[in-house]
Design a protein around this ligand. Sequence first.
Ligand SMILES: [Zn+2]
Length: 391
Amino acid sequence: MRPADLTSASPQAVAHAISQSRRNFLRLATGAAGASAFFGPSTLRALVAPRGKKAVVVTFGGGARDDETFMPDGQENIPHLLNELIPQATFFSQVVNKGILGHYVATASIVTGVYETFNNFAAVSPNNPTAFEYFRKDQKRPATDSWVVAPSNGFARIGESGHQAYGTGLGAGVILPKRLLAAALTSRSDGTRYEHLLRDNYETPLHAPSLTGHQTELNQMAEVLKLSVDDFSSHARSLASPDEMSVYIAKHLMTQFAPSLLWITLHDIDIAHSGTFSLYLDGIKRSDRLCAELWQAIQKDPGYANKTTMFILPDFGRDSDIDAGGNGFQHHRTGDAMSRTTWMMVLGPNVKQNVVVDRAVESIDLVPTLGALLGFNPRYSPGKPLPEVAA
Ligand SMILES: [Zn+2]
């Protein structure tokens, strides 16, 4: 099948093609026989980076495997991605993460475009400049134009690097909704009703950073987002998960500031570490729905519609069922092909729809791609801009 044939293909045909091509890739990666890629490179376009463009990046939830997403048995978990988003997207079927597979350090690698090597559980800034710093410095943008909504205290320093040429004062604002909720609940007697929203880290019980939010921080957030603490905590009670709270905050940021670069790190899927497969699947289904909700919100918002490119990608995968060194879906310990190989979909006004790009790309290619779109120079990233969506 050639790319031209895909332009008119049904969502089911595209999904089938994706699952086939990814399965073949994984066979090759694990040394088994497999066919070559199904698709050639799509037509490349030259894009000038116009002012006023915006980008929203969503990391898809704490590591999801193909088995529970794009493979035939997993497709029922991602109806929104398959039926609503992929028909409008350019889909990269092989995104390889060659770095450390811990969520904070891996997300920092995606944010900097460099494989960061710090201890995943350390409260440190990335060593290399983040996309937020490149963007704000090169485009002379204010602090309110770049935000991160992150899942846990461990991500508190994701917005700004320790790089001497960037760093202090040039990063993104980071909002940690769980921490704010914890602060909001300190004076309430019904805190136990929110426990499902406050679980901070699924990766290891040894790492349990304090979730104590500060009242001043909470009041600042309320001021910044024009959201009362009472409204925030009562709305939180109606939400099923931390990721829903993150998307709620992200929508407020869009309304208040219309940031040009907004980064949302979903993390519910990582509950897989508990070993409960049904909760892992629930996390995938929720991430699938929330991605569609965000895209719909973008289309309805005059500050975003027709000028926003959205990128959705997992930080990495999870272990395969057949690797003796792992425990299947539960963890991401082995560094096998399945835990390293994910995907990315890109949607936007200048992005070709219903196209699958089957060549292997890397997680660190995202920042140079954002640079080409938003007009910044990612000087320290060895990644390559993806010409299929930005040139
Ligand atoms: Zn994890």
